[in-house]
Design a protein around this ligand. Structure first.
Ligand code: TXA
Ligand code: MG
Length: 344
């Protein structure tokens, strides 16, 4: 059994040819690669996944090596259809069934008891597994054609910003992946909501593409929020979803002085804040990344904007976060993790 959160990072396999960029109709090629234990960049409605056959221990271990992710962090398993749930989690809890029927295909991952057949490396030795049916025609067609459940974490190097286009996957993983199938830009743009449903009260493990309020409506009761909320000290959050630029969350009223102080040190400064909240007085050399007001649109473009900040040479990014409602909670969570202290 693997220790939780531990384990050595093994070296990635490197291909001695450029990554194959497959068009969205090359389903059979992607499925054949998965069946032979190769890694494939797979579009989903949330972010691109780094996919492998979830029943193949060696293939799943190759995911960890390619990402530089320590063994023991469980990865999500993707199914083609809601009907497959009982095959991989026999006798799911009533709440799990209700949520699967209501939200699959869609950006919701259910952590449920694990049945036999899933590789141990997928779950880090846990007796639970995270399952979801992605709402993306290419993803589901590939999974169906492969004929196996597909393990896929986000297709980025460990701790970095998740990819939302095929080009992002190539930039992140290059020759560490056999192929990337291009399904266009991701519609949701942040990862799935993760809810643990093991028979007790459902627990929110990660806010994401399905607002927790909507999940509570379907369940007719509260979902416990342990992973998020003002009570959690920001210093306890491990850095994740992090661009190269330093990220600091600030109140709109503090933007002016913070920008001035950072510019005084000669650093290239960026601001991610609604234009109306910042005032007109920012100096011309400040990179202003204006997020859409609509929270779903903000989520859909968040990782693109963080990548843009890096591409434009921003060294210090000040962010006025959105309200924690609806998809705003997922955006806020990713921004907090991007702003958390970095160990490396
Ligand atoms: O939208 C998504 O969920 C994307 C796309 C590719 O589907 N995938 C994704 O995977 O975000 P990843 O590996 O980057 O995040 C997986 C998260 C981890 O934070 C892990 O802790 C949690 O899911 N997880 C998976 N299985 C779990 C389990 N059995 N128990 C608790 N947490 C689990
Ligand atoms: Mg990830």
């Amino acid at each position: 059994m693997l220790a939780h959160g531990r384990g050595r990072v093994s070296p990635a396999r490197r291909y001695d040819r450029p990554v194959l960029l497959l068009p969205p109709n090359d389903i059979d090629r992607a499925a054949a690669l998965l069946r032979t234990g190769e890694l494939v960049g797979l579009p989903t409605e949330t972010v691109y996944g780094l996919a492998a056959d979830a029943t193949n221990e060696a293939a799943v271990r190759a995911i960890f090596a390619a990402k530089g992710r320590p063994l023991g962090h469980p990865v999500i398993v993707h199914l083609a259809d809601v009907e497959e749930l009982p095959r991989w989690s026999p006798q799911p809890d009533d709440d799990a069934l209700r949520l699967a029927v209501a939200f699959w295909p869609g950006p919701l991952t259910l952590v449920v008891r694990r049945g036999p057949g899933i590789a141990d490396a997928v779950t880090g030795g846990r007796d639970t597994v995270g399952l979801r049916v992605p709402d993306h025609a290419v993803a589901r067609a590939v999974i169906r054609a492969a004929g196996v459940p597909v393990a896929a974490p986000s297709a980025n190097r460990f701790g970095r910003v998740s990819p939302t286009t095929a080009a992002d996957v190539v930039a992140e993983l290059g020759d560490r992946v056999a192929a990337v199938i291009d399904g266009g830009p991701c519609r949701v743009g942040v990862e799935s909501t993760i809810v643990e449903v093991l028979g007790d009260r459902p627990v929110l493990l990660r806010p994401g593409g399905v607002p927790v309020e909507v999940i509570e409506e379907v369940l007719g009761g509260p979902v416990e929020r342990v992973a998020v909320g003002p009570s959690r000290a920001s210093g306890m959050l491990a850095s994740h979803y992090a661009p190269a630029t330093a990220v600091t969350l600030v109140d709109a009223t503090a933007i002016g002085p913070r920008v001035a102080a950072a510019r005084a040190t000669g650093r290239r400064v960026g601001v991610l804040a609604p234009a109306g909240s910042v005032g007109a007085a920012l100096p011309g050399d400040v990179v202003v990344l204006d997020p859409p007001d609509d929270l779903a649109a903000y989520a859909a473009t968040l990782y693109r904007r963080l990548r843009d900040a890096d591409d434009r040479g921003v060294e210090e990014l000040f962010v006025v976060p959105p309200p924690p409602d609806g998809l705003g909670l997922a955006v806020l969570d990713r921004l907090r993790k991007a702003a958390a202290p970095r160990s490396a």
